[in-house]
Design a protein around this ligand. Structure first.
Ligand code: DHB
Ligand code: FE
Length: 284
């Protein structure tokens, strides 16, 4: 049987990708940010899974405003890095896992979550920047990745509660796969940031810290938080954080004998317009 071994949570910011690609990670502005991921890179080397299920949001790259799936699962054998206006990032092609993705789609859709099946899709910074932060600049990503795109761009976006319950359904789906795969689930985006309007540049360290605390200790209650709280307290793009609840919902919960263990926690401001939060939880 496959199982979820760990979850990784991290912000994504296009400028982080550019800093890596242009060799600027040692510059004074960026050095403290990347230092927070040194431990994570080593952790991933020591705990390389067979598959990463990567929850992220597309930024009107693969999906324009013509079609906006709420939840989209990438079932293809590979996904090309997207051109977001400056050419595609010089990062490896993302290899998928069509067999496990199809199994998860089957199980989760039969569990009443209406996923969109995607057989061709380019992946933008929402997916490639978390991979770069955790892996550096390898010739190939360390394992296959199943992209799972969530609409957090155009309202109505899914509730935290629905995301958390979806995570539980993904956990069940992985557990019913009949090959002994170690699967990590990553929740990405956030933390507090607002890119437009009069409050552009908003950062809320106190709120972000409380979010991380509650994500670790009491995610079921955190999942009840309404959208308006995210937008008011963490800015318009802070809503990306609902995606972290999908990853947390897939981890051990209060009914398991052992709560997940915190392997690493990091917070840094600023990266471009964003507060960067990062967490690694292990199922023990
Ligand atoms: C920034 C943050 C994002 O989440 C994003 O998608 C684009 C830009 C930023 O802080 O610059
Ligand atoms: Fe974003």
């Amino acid at each position: 049987m496959a199982r979820i071994t760990a979850s990784v949570y991290t912000s994504h910011v296009p400028a982080i990708g550019a800093a890596i690609d242009l060799g600027k990670t040692g510059e004074p502005y960026w050095q403290p940010l990347f230092a927070g991921y040194d431990k994570s890179k080593q952790w991933l080397k020591d705990n390389t899974p067979d598959v990463i299920f990567l929850v992220y949001n597309d930024h009107a790259t693969a999906f324009s405003l013509d079609i906006i799936p709420t939840f989209a699962i990438g079932c293809a054998a590979e996904f090309q890095p997207a051109d977001e206006g400056w050419g595609p990032r010089p990062v490896p092609v993302v290899k998928g896992h069509p067999e496990l993705a199809a199994h998860i789609a089957q199980s989760v859709i039969q569990d009443d979550f209406d996923l969109t099946i995607v057989n061709k899709m380019a992946v933008d910074h929402g997916l490639t920047v978390p991979l770069s932060l955790m892996c550096g600049q390898p010739r190939e990503w360390p394992c296959p990745v199943i992209p799972f795109a969530v609409n957090v761009v155009q309202y109505p976006v899914p509730s935290g509660r629905r995301c958390f319950n979806l995570g539980r359904a993904i956990r069940k789906a992985v557990a019913s796969y009949d090959r002994p795969l170690k699967v990590q689930i990553w929740g990405t985006g956030g933390m507090s940031h607002q890119l437009q309007g009069p409050r552009a540049g908003l950062i809320n360290r106190e709120w972000d810290t409380a979010f991380l605390d509650q994500l670790i200790a009491d995610p079921a209650t955190l999942a009840q938080k309404p959208h308006i709280d995210y937008v008011r307290e963490a800015g318009s793009e802070g809503i990306e954080l609902v995606m972290w609840l999908i990853a947390r919902g897939a981890m051990n919960d209060e009914f398991d004998k052992r709560a997940p263990r915190v392997a690493h926690r990091f917070y840094h401001v600023p990266a471009s317009n964003t507060a960067v939060g990062h967490l690694i939880l292990e199922n023990t």
